[in-house]
Ligand binder design. Sequence first.
Ligand code: 13P
Length: 250
Amino acid sequence: MRKKIIAGNWKMNYTASQAEDFLLSILDLINTDEVDVVVCPNYTALDRIQNILDDKKVKLGAQNVYFEPKGAYTGEISVDMLNALNVEYCIVGHSERRQYFNETNLDVNKKVKVLIEKGIKPILCVGETLEERNENKLFEKVELQIKEGLLDVSAEDVKNNVVIAYEPIWAIGTGVTATSAQAEEMCAYIRKVIAQIYGENVSESVRIQYGGSVNAKNANELLNMDNIDGALVGGAALTNDFVAIVNYEN
Ligand code: 13P
């Protein structure tokens, strides 16, 4: 049985103190051992947030990392810096990073590898544009993102340390959620791609989230699909809706 993982990607929202206030307002309402709950604040809030997550009921995630270990990379953050703040998960290859900061599958792959090497679990984001979906290129796009994103990552690491997030770009921040059938179809396809590369044993263990306008209303249905093992939540993770999503009915 794959344990569900529900992560809040707070993106570029909340100052450190706002992030702390918000989390303190919902923390007591999150009482589930059945789901891994992760919050991903911006870099400036990681330290404040780690200090209130001592009991590990909610885990800490980052939104990005740079693959070089240190040096003259103005504005970047290394894996060691995240580790020093007890970060357990890190989103990589989010479509906003690919779109606005020109991240390629190769960059994403370097980040995945350096995170795993240093004990942080990558949440590898993949997904197609509306145009790609309309032209029926969605499966080839996502397959390439998976294959290149996981290049040279071992079966054992994929099994134990990688989370994949399917986030169709047309569903992010738009209020247009993929139907549960569309989300399930792609998550099942991703599992098939993983099976082809790494075998059934790995594909049955790897956790695959859906992301894109997940909210308190649609979470139940999405999270009860066979191949959807959690959610990566944006806008709704900044509100009390996150509590309802985490406490979804299964
Ligand atoms: P929304 O939930 O706001 O659509 O964002 C999804 C997302 O990009 C999470 O990483």
